[in-house]
Write a protein that binds this ligand. Structure first.
Ligand code: DC
Length: 221
């Protein structure tokens, strides 16, 4: 059967990752969380005291930063960092780190390599516009800020992290702003993407919508 690439982009907290993961499971595809890769580089800089405002330091240190996936886990230099990349410290630094072109180049090359054989669902900010401009299916997810913040708060509670709703909103708004206004690969909807507003949809409805679109393309020839 024909295999395709599914690119899912959108703002922080619109449910991209949970949706993409289950769409991949339903289609028997590989799920790749590109945001986790930017988070891994951010954690690498923070834990090695790399001043990421200094490009020379960034260039030198990036060659010591090896990221890979093992199943759904992310490894930095062979160490599992699934928990470390979800902290507020990483949340607060990941947008400026992902605005650095050297970081993007390294990760985009790796992402393209992972998608070469197709049969992947990748979520992020520039997947449909830059990483896979020829993806057979592109989805752009949006949702109201209040809905996004509440979803993010519940996610954090599940991980045992209590965070004030206003602080979460501020972090999301701040990341939206940096992600959409950076010079290199800003977050924007690809002209051939399908927009899905998830404010009033359940997770299952979001998943079913995308699986249906994908199956239409897979079976059309
Ligand atoms: O999806 P996420 O919230 O885990 O992503 C974390 C950050 O990584 C996000 O604020 C912007 C950046 N990112 C990016 O610039 N490009 C991607 N393809 C994915 C994420």
């Amino acid at each position: 059967m024909k295999k395709i690439v599914i690119a899912i982009d959108g703002y922080s907290g619109t449910g991209k990752s949970s949706t993409a993961k289950q769409v991949a499971a339903k289609l028997g595809y590989t799920y790749i969380d590109s945001g986790a890769m930017y988070r891994a580089v951010t954690y690498f800089f923070l834990s090695n005291n790399v001043d990421y405002h200094n490009l020379e330091e960034v260039r030198k240190s990036l060659s010591d930063c090896q990221i890979k996936f093992e199943g759904s886990s992310i490894l930095l230099n062979d160490k599992n960092i699934d928990h470390e990349i979800r902290t507020m410290g990483v949340n607060q630094n990941v947008s400026p780190v992902s605005a650095i072109s050297e970081v993007r180049q390294k990760l985009v090359d790796q992402q393209r390599e992972m998608g070469k054989r197709k049969g992947v669902v990748m979520d992020g900010r520039d997947i449909g516009t830059v990483v896979f401009p020829d993806a057979e299916l592109k989805v752009f997810m949006t949702a109201d800020m209040d809905v996004r913040a509440e979803r993010r708060r519940k996610e954090l509670v599940k991980k045992g992290i209590e965070e004030n709703l206003e602080a979460i909103k501020e972090n999301l708004a701040n990341r939206d702003h940096i992600d959409s206004s950076r010079a290199d690969s800003p977050l924007k909807m690809a002209s051939d993407a399908k927009e899905i507003d998830t404010s009033n949809l359940t997770l299952n409805q979001q998943i079913d919508k995308i699986v249906e679109m994908a199956e239409g393309i897979i079976h059309e020839g």
